[in-house]
Design a protein around this ligand. Structure first.
Ligand code: SAH
Ligand code: SF4
Ligand code: F3S
Length: 433
């Protein structure tokens, strides 16, 4: 019997939410989370396959687990999540110390697998489901301010660079009622902020309810202070969504608006289904209809065939929108995806050069956007102690910017007025009003 377990999590918030789901499932069957990996009877790694670097990280962790397995042969090692699907053959052939491999739709089997002990080795289930949304399971959340709630699973967009449709399978949504039930429970448990999660939240569709309907239903739950969501697809941001965002104080004034590229030719090759023009127009509508909105983005450089002109097109979209922040990536070819087959891959050195330019430009924009807040008063949710000093809090504005300020008489979970007195790099500095 494996009584205690430890889960290490890589990848996006959806993996974080899935690890909480697995923890909830296992604890409800009598298993206990271990404080440290070294003392756990079962060790799981919840994996990400989005870029090669993410996979390398997991491989290096597996080396550590291998060592633990040599010292304690009875420990069970399990690989969960997005890499399971992708690497099951490699893991089976080259990593015999891995006992269990489960894809993102197979977590229900875990308690049963653990109860079998070590009798049966190498359990592999990476089948993807058209229906599994883990509707009836309650996650065991890490303590904190924010509760992640997964509203849908999978993705049907098939952007040509992206492995997610292959690792997580077809898109499917949970019912509004079940999401609202989970949100109410999270609030009763002391969470003040909820973030709704999906690879493609505005494709949400359940029993004739759309994403704006769901957002409104959650926003109305008594006791909820802040509601966020991630990520929407730029193609499907509707006026209805923007109206709902504006109509509820609980819905935060920020949006993740992933550009990927500013070149129409590259967007088309990426199968992103919007144009540069549409993107610019929507950014304009967002800033006009929701004044002060924080806009973050994702950008890929060095997608196959990206010319200097295409890259300049991306920089020029950044110049005209001035994102508040950006996650920037070098294109990484992924198995099964269409773009990995393109024969005009960009040399690594050129990708790095472009990435450096892009990061430098974004740094400038982030600083300028932050400096524009100096002198203003922001509503800040107190979230945690600042890493710099025990006398200071760190909290976020409605528009998703971190602010550091002296604690004064305030407490974690308070929403307070903070006057912004300075901006450095990615953070703001403030004073409680
Ligand atoms: N569903 C989300 C994206 C999830 S993946 C969306 O559509 O916005 C998060 C980000 O990783 C993507 O937005 C993209 O910028 C980046 N990414 C995905 N696949 C990649 C790859 N093969 N190489 C580099 N970056 C990639
Ligand atoms: Fe990947 Fe595109 Fe789906 Fe996002 S929308 S998860 S980038 S395929
Ligand atoms: Fe990674 Fe899977 Fe998320 S590939 S980014 S953990 S959906």
């Amino acid at each position: 019997m494996h009584k205690s377990f430890f889960i290490e999590t890589y990848g996006c918030q959806m993996n974080v939410a899935d690890s909480e789901l697995v923890t909830g499932l296992l604890t409800s069957h009598g298993y206990v989370p271990a404080e440290r990996m070294e003392s756990a009877d079962a060790i799981f790694v919840n994996t990400c396959a989005i870029r090669e670097h993410a996979e390398e990280k997991v491989h290096s962790r597996l080396g550590v687990f291998h060592k633990i397995k040599r010292e304690r042969p009875n420990v069970l090692i399990g690989v969960l999540g997005c890499m399971a699907q992708n690497l099951k053959n490699d893991l089976l052939e080259n990593k015999p110390y891995v006992d269990v491999i489960l894809g993102p739709d197979s977590y229900r089997d875990l308690p049963e697998i653990l109860s079998r002990g070590n009798a049966q080795k190498h359990i592999v289930d990476t089948k993807l489901s058209r229906f599994e949304v883990y509707d009836d399971l309650f996650p065991s959340r890490n303590e904190g301010i924010n509760a992640w709630i997964s509203i849908m699973r999978g993705c049907d967009k098939f952007c040509t660079f992206c492995i997610v449709p292959f690792t997580r399978g077809r898109e499917r949504s949970r019912r509004v009622e079940s999401i609202v039930r989970e949100a109410r429970k999270a609030i009763t448990d002391g969470f003040v902020e909820i973030t709704l999660l999906g690879q493609n939240v505005n494709s949400y569709h359940a029993e004739d309810q759309s994403f704006p309907d769901l957002l409104a239903a959650v926003a109305e739950i008594p006791g909820l202070r802040r509601l966020r969501y991630t990520s929407p697809h730029p193609q499907d941001i509707t006026m209805e969504l923007i109206e709902v965002m504006g109509a509820y104080d609980t819905i935060c004034n920020s949006i993740h608006f992933p550009l990927q590229s500013g070149s129409d030719r590259i967007l088309k090759r990426m199968n992103r289904s919007y144009t540069r023009d549409h993107f610019l127009k929507m950014a304009d509508v967002l800033r006009t209809r929701l004044p002060g909105i924080g806009i973050s983005t994702d950008i890929i450089v060095g997608f196959p065939g990206e010319s200097e002109n295409d890259f300049q097109d991306t920089l020029s979209v950044m110049e005209s929108i001035q994102f508040d922040s950006a996650y920037t990536f070098k294109y990484s070819p992924r198995p099964y995806t269409k773009a990995a087959e393109y024969d005009d891959q960009i040399p690594e050195a050129l990708k790095s050069e472009r990435l450096d330019q892009l990061i430098a430009l974004q740094k400038k924009h982030t600083l300028e956007r932050n400096q524009a807040h100096v002198g203003s008063i922001e509503k800040v949710l107190v979230e945690k102690e600042s890493k710099r000093s025990p006398d200071q809090w760190a909290g976020r504005t409605d528009s998703n910017k971190w602010v550091i300020f002296n604690k004064e008489e305030t407490r974690i979970r308070d929403i307070i007025d903070v006057k912004i007195i300075g901006a450095t790099g990615v953070t703001l500095h403030g004073q409680v009003v």
